[in-house]
Design a protein. Structure first.
Length: 455
């Protein structure tokens, strides 16, 4: 049986790659992963860029073997996006992000540097929103999931990349490359949103052909526009151009990688060089006949922490089912002065929230292992979830905690996630194990208290 490839990565080029990665993490709940420097002859061999030197940052959204990748090319520099670029021009041009917590992300975006291209719209009972990220890349945020059968790994990561749109000069030829090289499945029953075209092409008549292909947890939408007339890829185009660089096809073995690679070569895709097997991954960039770029990647699972397929720093989480109602459980969770009765830390409210005493921008003092810290509530959805950040630049850098409630057949599933970077090298795994134990012990005490007849 032919094995459909997994679309395992969306790569974006930016002059401010780390800041852009952090923006996606802050507003969509993605988790920062590792970072690295690519350079020298091996990087040139893979990416096809002479004298290649770039810094790469990763983020994960909870799907199996998936990452967002952010490149900042130092040598040669990033080529700025054309002033007259349009989202129907040939190339990758829209990323679709599905969220099961639309209100939470909308609240974050309203407080951000996002450029809103629309108000919140409703189509078939689902809300959607078109925005640009700080670099001007188009994002569609929707609460309609075109791949509803896909399992959510972490409830508290409230969004996931669900589709990518690419404008192509010849739909049939391009479709054959993706289907016959990587066995992507054509989904006639899937229809990705078209209603945002009124925003992208408000003053123009739009005509196009399209097809939708599935690469496991992501859909690839191919569009061939006849109106408006797209600008073709320039011969000077390469992977240093600002914007969405490419997507990566992920293989689960060397044998499968070789099969995908040979299939693509048979269909006139041109590699930048000899495939590179660098122990942690096997990789090569391929160029389609229409000058579009694909990365072919086999990331070895044992090295996910090195190659950006696992969160960096310390990442711990726990979850539990509690036989109570949302209101009862929420009241216990937001009683900051008495959190020490169930949590592994003591807590006292020292600053009231913006509109609710315990809510957004509230600050509490935390006691932990003889040390004291301050935590600030950074996102707030009553009876649903809240996020908080611990203010420390010494032991707990870039700290983010999330508590998330979801109904489960008359009961409540509570998920608790904590992520932070630590400056003490080598202690990440130990900290993760200890913190996971503390979280799970706290959740058991919380369950006992919430299910007590006195509540």
């Amino acid at each position: 049986m032919l094995t459909p490839a997994n679309i395992c990565q969306v790569a974006i080029v930016s002059k401010h790659a780390k800041l852009l990665r952090n923006w996606y993490c802050e507003h969509f709940g993605f988790l920062p992963a590792s970072q690295t420097i690519f350079g020298g002859p091996l990087a040139t061999r893979v990416q096809g860029v002479p004298n290649d030197l770039n810094i790469c940052y990763w983020a994960v959204d909870g799907k199996r073997q998936f990452q967002l990748e952010f490149f900042n090319f130092i040598r040669p520099g990033v080529t700025p996006k054309r002033n007259n670029w349009q989202p129907y021009d040939h190339g990758y041009n829209v990323v679709g992000i599905y969220t099961w917590n639309f209100d939470e992300i909308l609240n974050k975006l309203k407080r951000s540097s996002a450029s809103f291209l629309s108000d919140v719209k409703i189509d078939n009972g689902h809300r959607w929103l078109m925005i640009k990220d700080p670099d001007g890349n188009h994002i569609e945020l929707t609460e309609h999931d075109p791949l509803a059968e896909q399992t959510k790994q972490y409830e508290e990561i409230s969004a996931t990349v669900r589709y990518v749109r690419i404008s192509v000069p010849d739909l049939e030829k391009t479709k054959k490359i993706w289907k016959n090289s990587f066995y992507l499945l054509e989904k006639d029953t899937y229809t990705l949103p078209t209603y945002h075209d009124e925003l992208l092409f408000s003053e123009q008549v739009t005509e196009y052909q399209q097809c939708v292909l599935q690469g496991q947890g992501i859909l690839l939408e191919l569009r061939q526009y006849s109106k408006p007339v797209p600008t073709p890829r320039l011969n000077t185009h390469d992977v240093t151009d600002q914007g969405i660089m490419n997507i990566a096809i992920g293989a689960d073995s060397v044998a499968l990688w070789d099969e995908y690679f040979n299939n693509a070569i048979e269909r006139q895709c041109i590699p930048n060089g000899k495939p590179l097997d660098a122990a942690v991954f096997k990789v090569m960039y391929l160029n389609q006949p229409n000058l579009e770029n694909i990365e072919l990647l086999y990331p070895r699972q044992w090295a996910y922490s090195l190659t950006g397929f696992k969160p960096s720093g310390v990442f711990a989480r726990g979850e539990i089912i509690i036989n109570t109602c949302e209101e009862t459980l929420w009241a216990i969770l937001i009683d900051h002065d008495n959190a020490g009765q169930w949590a592994f830390f003591s807590s006292k409210l020292i600053q009231k929230g913006e509109t609710e005493i315990d809510g957004l921008k509230a600050v509490r003092k935390i006691g932990l292992f003889g040390l004291t810290f301050e935590e600030k509530i950074t996102n707030w959805l009553p009876n649903k979830s809240y996020s908080y950040q611990l203010r420390s630049k010494i032991l707990f850098r870039n700290h983010q905690g999330i508590i998330y409630l979801s109904p489960r057949n008359g009961r409540i599933k509570l998920s608790w996630q904590i992520h932070f970077d630590t400056p003490i090298l080598g202690l990440g795994a130990i900290n993760r194990i200890i913190l996971t134990l503390l979280i799970n012990r706290s959740l058991k005490k919380l369950k006992k208290r919430a299910e007590s007849p006195t509540n």
